[in-house]
Ligand binder design. Structure first.
Ligand SMILES: [Fe+2]
Ligand SMILES: [Fe+2]
Length: 338
């Protein structure tokens, strides 16, 4: 088997599957989000796997496939009192959205009648069927299937069930990578800003920079509890470092408010405004690349050619340097390195 070829085919299949629904944004997800998240979780899973001697290939395939049925999820169901409806295992239940086009994944979903399952469960079924078709051996398929199945954890899981579900270190690792990505680190900040901007614009017609930045320390604090609930020591270490880095970042952003004019143009505040310039379907990979290859070089040029006083120039250069550090760290997180 040509593993790289298979991996590429699986990536194409996941991307194709994500494109079968017409809607863009549901709740906290938008079209580009799911694929960017998938790539980040996969990269982090593989890096954590390398650190503890886990099976990186299993993590790579499970990371690629773990949210393959995520697009079926619509709005979270609520009861008459507005409380979220949960399954017997404590998972929030979603309205199910049907795709407007079909492929092999949606055909399997229909054939195995997965409409009443949560996406880690349906994703595990689809993963198993697809990997068998690609000719992977039975033990390998079972291992990858169980990683995908374990990427969500039942709320009140018993100790015995926990031991079964998370017997393999890879199962713990993908759970940790998937939990970290939307909650902890710059990846979580990127998600938060786009969620916040989307709802702010819906509600008030505009995004308010100062109020948003002032609320950020609270946002970071609210994620502390996630760190201790991760399953592996390696992930807890990464997450603690991410929390520290995020705290420093939001402190810098608040300090930037004292020199709005320079920092909206050259600094982290300018980055926030750049991020929210695209609200419909923001693309993490594109925006990161744009910052590094267009946004920063353009400002460096303006700084050199502009007619700022020397004090202003120093401030602007320091602001650009903060953005450079931010984008380097954002890229490293994207690759699962930090
Ligand atoms: Fe998921
Ligand atoms: Fe996920």
């Amino acid at each position: 088997m040509d593993y790289q070829k298979v991996l590429t085919e699986l990536e194409d299949l996941v991307l194709e599957t994500y494109s079968l629904w017409d809607h863009n944004r549901i709740g906290f997800q938008w079209r580009h989000y799911t694929w960017n998240h998938t790539k980040r979780v996969r990269a982090m899973g593989m890096e954590l796997g390398r650190k503890v001697g886990g099976d990186v290939k299993k993590l790579e395939l499970a990371g690629t496939l773990h949210d393959i049925t995520k697009k079926y999820d619509g709005e979270i169901l609520t009861d008459k009192e507005g409380k979220r409806v949960t399954s017997s295992q404590g998972f929030w239940l979603n309205e199910k959205l049907k795709p407007s086009q079909q492929n092999v994944v949606t055909e399997l979903y229909d054939r195995y009648d997965l409409y009443n399952t949560v996406h880690h469960d349906s994703g595990a079924v689809i993963t198993e069927k697809i990997l068998v078709d690609f000719g992977f051996d039975t033990d390998f398929v079972e291992a990858v299937r169980s990683i995908v199945f374990a990427h969500l954890k039942p709320i009140n899981i018993t100790d015995d069930d926990f031991k079964i579900l998370y017997k393999n270190i890879e199962n713990q690792i993908l759970y940790d990578a998937d939990t970290m990505d939307p909650n902890i680190g710059y990846t979580a900040f990127f998600r938060n800003i786009h969620i916040h901007a989307h709802f702010a614009i819906q509600r008030n017609g505009k995004f308010e920079l100062q109020g948003y930045v002032e609320g950020l320390p609270k946002f970071v604090d609210s994620k502390d509890s996630f760190v201790n609930h991760l399953l592996t020591d390696v992930a807890r270490e990464v997450a603690a470092n991410r929390q520290t880095r995020s705290r420093n970042l939001v402190t810098e952003m608040n300090q930037e408010l004292e020199n709005l004019e320079i920092n909206r143009k050259y600094g982290l505040l300018g980055v926030i405004e750049y991020f929210v310039s695209e609200v419909e379907d923001p693309d993490f990979a594109y925006q990161l690349n744009y910052l590094q290859n267009e946004w920063i070089p353009q400002r460096q040029k303006q700084l050199t050619n502009g007619n700022l006083s020397s004090a202003e120039r120093d401030d602007a250069q320091a602001a650009i340097d903060r953005v450079t550090t931010f984008t380097n760290d954002l890229e490293a997180e994207y690759k699962g390195l930090i």
